[in-house]
Design a protein around this ligand. Sequence first.
Ligand SMILES: C[S@@+](CC[C@H](N)C(=O)[O-])C[C@H]1O[C@@H](n2cnc3c(N)ncnc32)[C@H](O)[C@@H]1O
Length: 277
Amino acid sequence: MEHNIDIDDDLANQLSFPSSTTQKVLSRIAQIKLVSGHPEVYEPCDDSFALVDALLADRINLLEHRPTVCMEVGCGSGYVITSLAIMLGQEGDGHHYFATDINPHAVRVTHETLKAHGVHAEVICDNVASGLERRLEGMVDVMVVNPPYVPTPEDEVGIHGIAAAWAGGENGRTVIDKILPIADKLLSERGWLYMVTLTANNPFQICGIMRDKGYASRIVVQRSTEEESLHVIKFWRDAVVQGEGKEPTSTNKAPSASVMNSLLSQLPWLPFWNSGS
Ligand SMILES: C[S@@+](CC[C@H](N)C(=O)[O-])C[C@H]1O[C@@H](n2cnc3c(N)ncnc32)[C@H](O)[C@@H]1O
């Protein structure tokens, strides 16, 4: 039986003699040394690692979910979409991958990262996913997003190059608030969304917006540093979200210790969270 292991790959990469367990986990995600780069493209960082860790922590559910169409909005270096493609398998296994970024350098770098790992995705230079909205409406089973979430002056949002990676406007919410309705449009009936947020983004309110659209939510990973507290939140459609939501294909009967810790540290949010129990 496989176990979900929450491990920082940057930490693991620092180990000179990784254990067989660490090697097994690392072989399921993109290797930092094979991730391409460009001065104008966001390098994989704590938030990227937190998102990939969330996917690893939910890997068994993802494999059972058997997503046909997976997508990343804001792919940057390609580290996350490449990790997802390695984790789940390729077209031959019935999975199709799409990635978008507003930064053309990121599109090229993501192509290189995918190629270096022998996996494939359709990568498109796009504002969120406007060029894919008609083509993929209601078809995306898994969407992953590490958005520009840093609170900045509004006029910094969407500017060219690397600044687009973090400039999030007021409360870091400008791009996030643009992504939420598009995600709702693109996600299939069984679609899951994994999104990185910062406490300053008011994740409680984000969950409320998604709840109004019929989604339940839970924290998959939480990371706190001296400067910021990151959460990776999973959203899924739930017909009974007004009452007690239930995660459709989860085999976890009880919340893990890390989710429980997240829940306890987020007590004011509790009415919105569904731990999957
Ligand atoms: C925080 S970086 C994350 C990069 C990568 N996903 C990762 O986790 O390492 C955010 C990315 O979103 C892209 N981005 C910003 N605004 C966007 C928009 N409106 N549409 C598509 N991509 C956008 C940026 O260019 C940047 O590559």
